[in-house]
Design a protein around this ligand. Structure first.
Ligand SMILES: [Zn+2]
Length: 122
């Protein structure tokens, strides 16, 4: 079952980026989008462990993310595009090589807007 394999993958996955954009995302995403967190959890995905994100620039205390990518273990033929209010969850073909031997695919979620809570320099 790919959900269980994905969940296991996320238990060990800690290759997270440490830049301000990613730290802000990881800190804010779950409380801002609890429905999305639940949606991803059903796929075995930990919303606080993004693979890649495409940040805009913070302005007025908020930041828009043009997309956030997550790895899913399994065969992509089983994936169904999803929609949650205005948010689209779909397959993407454009991502860096994660170096995974198992069957896997990458989904992209967009758009997302979060509070910007990182102090100081980016
Ligand atoms: Zn980053």
């Amino acid at each position: 079952m790919s959900v269980e394999e994905t969940r296991e993958f996320y238990r060990d996955f800690d290759d997270l980026c440490d830049c301000a954009y990613c730290r802000n995302y990881i800190r804010e995403i779950k409380k801002s989008y609890p429905d999305l967190a639940e949606y991803l959890d059903k796929l075995g995905v930990d919303i606080e462990k993004p693979f890649e994100i495409s940040p805009g620039e913070p302005s007025g205390g908020y930041i828009e993310y043009l997309g956030a990518q997550y790895i899913i273990i399994g065969n992509k033929d089983y994936f169904r595009k999803g929609k949650l209010k205005n948010i689209t969850i779909d397959l993407t073909e454009f991502f860096p090589d994660p170096g995974i031997d198992d069957d896997y695919y990458v989904i992209e979620i967009h758009p997302l807007k979060l509070k910007w809570t990182i102090e100081g320099e980016i």
